[in-house]
Design a protein around this ligand. Structure first.
Ligand SMILES: Nc1ncnc2c1ncn2[C@@H]1O[C@H](COP(=O)(O)OP(=O)(O)OP(=O)(O)O)[C@@H](O)[C@H]1O
Length: 576
């Protein structure tokens, strides 16, 4: 049940079940108000003003208590939702997420996590308050009404109940249809949002290639699917909703007709008839809202399932007694790797990267350079063989030890919306201002800061969008410089950098490479030529290994690669 699942996910008693009890109690207060209405109406119609006044006072008193209790119950529900449901689930998710392999955090997953942590969990948070109240009242109110109708006259009570089994079946049908429809709509909505984002982000590339129409095609399709999902939901829910409404109205009519007949035959008085009419209206309201409850439950259930799926993800195994790395040399020992367990991306790779040397990885796109580099940082674990740092298998190092040994400068640099300084400080949070400035200067970020209106205090915008790609990479280099770790994993930008960024990056890179073990996915000829060793990757295997001098004269991939680069550069120079 949903409450059990909440307790389980929040890893403790959330108090949601007692909260259900609170709402039942509140519902009973509402029932007491209804119950007082009958003698009140009878006293009024019967001209017993004194009794009517007493009952009115009693009714007003109960209504006041009801109002206060309802307010308190809702507040209690909100607090439970925030403190005992949302917060523990967020903490559990957070604790679990930091143990997941870095490779798990793809862009798509980040998007899903953001929806889960904000929108979906918001729905879960509302479960112990509004959703639960509506749910309990939509059952309790009709039950109270049925009991009171029997008190008035058994025939009226029966007329209210006679269609109940059919109504129950129809409400389940409607709830399921609304829930399914909503699920489909959400899915189509999520697809549409990501297409819109993709369309917006791809604008420069699409316009330059004059291909806007083809991208609009994908977006148009997503809009179509979204519209289709909405229409489908309307169709899916149309009949059940119509049936449900018809049934509710039939019950209303049946009750009124029965009550009128009983009135006509003298079974009940006018007061009782008015009472029945008022309560029947209230019951119609409650019965009509059942479809809405189905949706709330379904959405909450979906969110809880999504949380469960994340918690079920295998964390990165941690060593029981971590070892220490003796030095910063890196060894790949017959390493194989596959992302999906089917296609081998790295195949029996063995490579020795001695301490304080620079190894350049080159090879065609998709040959496995990024994967190889990321196995060092344990984005994933090797499927076969082992990766060792300072002679110790990376799986035997604690995450803190592993991460403290390396700095990562990858292309997908993430900058948060703080100042340049704050972003650099992420490299070593306890660094003093002078150390941060020093790292920034080495990455030539002082030139950038001078240009910005508020200098060092300028915020870089969400994801660093106020900086150019090259400038963002320089911030990440400065982070690495500040961290001062013995191993540097570097992915040179493939995108062309302007001259100023190029010079700054190359200079900072030299500074970084000094005295460190560097593994670089290399694209620049100067980096490749200066490397202590070059590993050529093709189809997940190292096919050539040596220095530039050794490899350039040998027939093979490297020589042709170098030739191509030279030609490209020659072409570039003549066009300048
Ligand atoms: N997260 C992933 N899930 C599944 N397959 C992946 C993933 N990342 C990469 N691959 C696949 O693994 C292979 C190697 O990719 P990798 O990114 O390591 O190559 P690369 O040499 O760095 O390429 P590039 O120079 O284009 O960045 C490719 O076929 C790629 O499609």
């Amino acid at each position: 049940m949903i409450i059990d699942q909440m307790d389980r996910l929040a890893a403790g008693r959330t108090g949601v079940l007692p909260q259900a009890g609170v709402y039942v109690g509140t519902g009973l207060l509402e029932a007491a108000i209804f119950a007082l209405l009958l003698p009140l109406l009878r006293a009024l119609v019967g001209g017993d003003v004194a009794r009517a006044l007493v009952l009115l006072a009693a009714g007003a008193g109960v209504a006041l208590v009801y109002g206060v209790v309802l307010y308190w119950a809702d507040n209690r529900g909100y607090l439970i939702g925030i403190k005992h449901v949302l917060r523990p689930i967020q903490h559990r998710l957070g604790d679990h997420l930091v143990q997941l392999p870095l490779g798990w955090f793809t862009k798509e997953r980040s998007g899903q996590m953001s929806t889960l942590l904000t929108h979906d969990l918001q729905m879960v948070m509302n479960m112990p308050s509004i959703f639960m109240r509506q749910l309990i009242f939509s059952v309790l109110t009709p039950v109270t009404v049925a009991v009171l109708f029997f008190v008035v006259d058994w025939r009226v009570g029966l007329s209210f109940l006679v269609l109940t089994p059919v109504l129950y079946a129809s409400s389940r049908w409607m709830a399921r249809a609304v829930g399914d429809g909503h699920f489909e709509e959400e899915r189509a909505g999520a697809e549409l949002s990501s297409r819109i984002l993709e369309f917006a982000q791809a604008q420069p590339a699409l316009r330059s290639a004059n291909r806007n129409e083809s991208a609009w095609g994908a977006l148009g399709e997503a809009i179509g699917t979204d519209r289709h999902a909405t229409v489908r939901t309307l169709r899916m829910t149309g009949l059940p909703m119509w049936t449900h409404t018809l049934l509710v109205q039939s019950i209303f009519a049946l009750v009124l007709v029965t009550a009128a007949l009983v009135l006509a035959t003298g079974g009940i008085g006018v007061a009782d008839f008015v009472f029945v009419a008022v309560l029947a209206l209230r019951a119609v309201d409650a019965l009509n809202s059942i479809g809405q409850q189905g949706m709330s439950i379904r959405v909450t259930q979906n969110a809880l399932d999504a949380v469960q799926r994340v918690l079920d993800e295998e964390p990165l195994p941690q060593p029981e007694t971590p070892n220490r790395a003796d030095g910063s040399g890196i060894t790949f020992d017959h390493v194989s790797f596959s992302y999906d367990g089917e296609r081998t991306v790295l195949d029996d790779v063995s490579l020795d990267i001695p301490e304080r040397t620079l190894t350049a990885l080159v090879g065609p796109s998709g040959s496995g350079k990024t994967t190889l580099t990321r196995l060092i940082a344990r984005f994933w674990d090797a499927t076969g063989g082992s990766v060792r740092i300072g002679g110790t298998d990376v799986r035997e190092l604690s995450t803190e030890e592993l991460m403290s040994r390396m700095a990562l400068v990858f292309q997908d640099v993430y900058l948060f919306d703080g100042t340049i300084e704050e972003n650099i400080r992420l490299g070593r949070p306890d660094a003093d201002d002078e150390q941060v400035r020093h790292a920034a200067r080495l990455a030539r970020l002082d030139e950038v800061a001078e240009r910005l209106e508020d200098g060092w205090d300028t915020r870089v915008g969400e994801g660093g969008n106020r900086l150019s790609g090259g400038e963002r990479q320089r911030v990440s280099i400065a982070r690495a410089l500040l961290k001062d770790a013995p191993i540097l994993l570097f992915d040179e930008a493939t995108a062309a950098l302007d001259a100023e960024n190029e010079a700054a990056v190359v200079e900072a890179m030299h500074e970084l490479a000094r005295d460190r073990t560097v593994v670089v996915i290399a694209h620049r000829m100067s980096t490749i030529a200066a490397a202590d060793q070059i590993a050529v990757l093709e189809d997940g295997r190292i096919t050539q290994l040596g220095t530039h001098e050794e490899l350039v004269g040998l027939p093979g991939r490297y020589a042709s690669f170098w030739e191509e680069r030279l030609k490209a550069q020659g072409w570039h120079i003549t066009n300048d």
